[in-house]
Design a protein around this ligand. Structure first.
Ligand code: URP
Ligand code: ZN
Ligand code: ZN
Ligand code: ZN
Length: 478
């Protein structure tokens, strides 16, 4: 077993920061040695196999991205990152755990869907991984299967109020699944958009010749997100189920979440970097020499990017600060322009939905610290500690303390990271949604269950290093 001492750094948790040395034995953190500790000093450093000097740097729990879609089949193609490429890119960016979505579709068997996801991921991941279960077809069989997910370490499932004919559940189906959530403790995750109404608006736009990616954002109006969020909250309330709304982008949807929380409901919300930084006008409406108005396809995702003129982005940052939103995940679902996004040339409805960000989340969110919008502690909480608690991994993940997995990032606040396809990009994409972003900060060292996988610019991991994490029930209920 290798012993490692990370020395001289500022250890940051969700609740505080301080100079401390972190001692790792094998895969586990065994001690956090604060100044004045009898053990601290040269004796420990001399007796370990490896010393990592973190002087002037932050030592944080590894990032947890609780919303990714490696290899997701969507719109006649599949997300371009495999578990191998996507988890390696995650490691480069300081993320040491992902929670991906296994898929059950209408009429399909829940456990066959889960088994398929195990086959895709097993032996291929660079970092640890867990699964949520998409229930794309709520019926007697899937409802009967759902309680057994708990024993498999799957403690959350996602429903879709969007995408009729694909993953969509109507209100009756949502209600029945939430009743199972209430009975079992499984956390209901909701894609909250009014899919049937959106599909009518989208068809009308296309009929008027409005086929560019920009109109994806017009069809998926914020009213469609606010309305569905409210409906999900009311259905959760009547069943008593806890509710976690994914990829929140509209400020009016945040207001619904805040309202529900003020009523005492266990309702939570996640946003993603794209909804903090990018907009309907600048990205969905972008033009380029190469693609013309189809350039915007790079940023077609659902929920869509929102209008900056309406102020959604600033509202998301504020909601993260005030805890109206509790977490940041990426919804990493990459598609190349060539042969993938291109499927929607001439009809935005056919553009596969998704953006790739798994590599950049820790850096992009650290900019919230740089600009004074988040504290250091809140950065750690939003990107690691709350994801661990929300999805039943806390203690083992999301914290630097004795007994926890040694998932640790040494982050250099004085370093610099240039984002772009040729710069720091390791995702399997032919473009970057974040091309040209300049980051104050740098992921120097990444340790995944005791193994150094990133060492200042070198990848030292291997596929198969990552293991499946059997998660417990959510630890976040109030
Ligand atoms: O555009 C997105 N979000 N693609 C992934 C599927 C989903 O709805 O999360
Ligand atoms: Zn979704
Ligand atoms: Zn998603
Ligand atoms: Zn560096």
């Amino acid at each position: 077993m290798t012993t490692t001492l990370i020395t001289g750094g500022t250890v940051v948790s969700a609740t505080g920061r301080g100079l401390a040395d972190v001692l790792v034995d094998g895969e586990t953190i065994v001690a956090v040695l604060q100044p004045g500790s009898a053990l601290l000093g040269t004796d420990v450093a001399a007796s370990v196999d490896r010393v990592i000097d973190a002087t002037g740097k932050y030592v944080i729990p590894g990032g947890i991205d609780a919303h990714t879609h490696m290899q997701l089949p969507f719109g006649g193609t599949s997300a371009s990152d495999t578990f191998e490429t996507g988890t390696r890119a995650a490691a480069w960016g300081g993320t040491t755990t992902i929670v991906d979505f296994a898929v059950q579709t209408y009429g399909g068997d829940v456990f066959e869907g889960l088994e398929r996801w195990h086959e895709l991921a097993a032996g291929n991941c660079a970092i640890d991984y867990g699964f949520h279960q998409i229930i794309g077809g709520v019926d007697d069989a899937s409802l009967a299967a759902m309680p057994k997910l708990v024993d498999e370490g799957i403690s959350s499932f996602k429903l879709f109020m969007a995408y009729p004919g694909v993953f969509y559940s109507d209100d009756a189906q949502v209600l029945r699944a939430m009743q199972v959530s209430r009975e079992t403790g499984l956390l209901t995750m909701m894609h909250a958009e009014n899919g049937p109404a959106i599909d009518v608006l989208a068809a009308q736009l296309v009929a008027q010749g409005k086929t560019d990616p920009y109109y994806h954002g017009i069809a998926r109006a914020w009213q469609m997100e606010e309305e569905a969020t409210h409906r999900a909250i009311m259905l959760a309330d009547v069943t008593g189920a806890p509710l976690y709304v994914v990829h929140v982008s509209a400020k009016q949807a945040v207001e619904q979440l805040a309202w529900a929380r003020d009523r005492g409901q266990n309702v939570f919300g996640e946003t993603c970097p794209q909804y903090l930084y990018l907009s309907l006008e600048e990205q969905l409406g972008a033009q380029s020499d190469e693609w013309g108005a189809f350039e915007g396809a790079k940023w077609v995702c659902s929920t869509p990017l929102r209008s900056r003129a309406e102020g959604h982005q600033d509202h998301m940052w504020q909601a993260l600060r005030t805890n109206d939103l509790q977490m940041v995940s990426t919804d990493h679902c990459p598609f190349c322009m060539k042969d993938q996004k291109e499927l929607g040339l001439g009809d935005f409805r056919k553009i596969p939905n998704g953006i790739g960000s798994v590599e950049h989340r820790m850096n992009l969110m650290y900019q919230g610290v740089v600009t004074g919008r988040l504290t250091l502690e809140r950065w750690v909480e939003l990107t690691s500690t709350t994801p661990a608690r929300m999805f039943g991994m806390y203690g083992r993940k999301g914290v630097i303390q004795p007994g926890a997995d040694a998932d640790i990032v040494v982050y250099d606040p004085n370093g610099h990271t240039s984002i772009g396809i040729d710069a720091t990009h390791h995702m399997n994409m032919d473009h970057s949604a974040w091309e040209g972003y300049e980051i104050d900060g740098h992921v120097d060292t990444v340790i995944s269950r005791g193994k150094v996988v990133i060492d200042d610019g070198a990848y030292l991991g291997a596929k198969g290093d990552g293991r499946f994490i059997k998660r417990g029930l959510t630890q976040y209920l109030t």
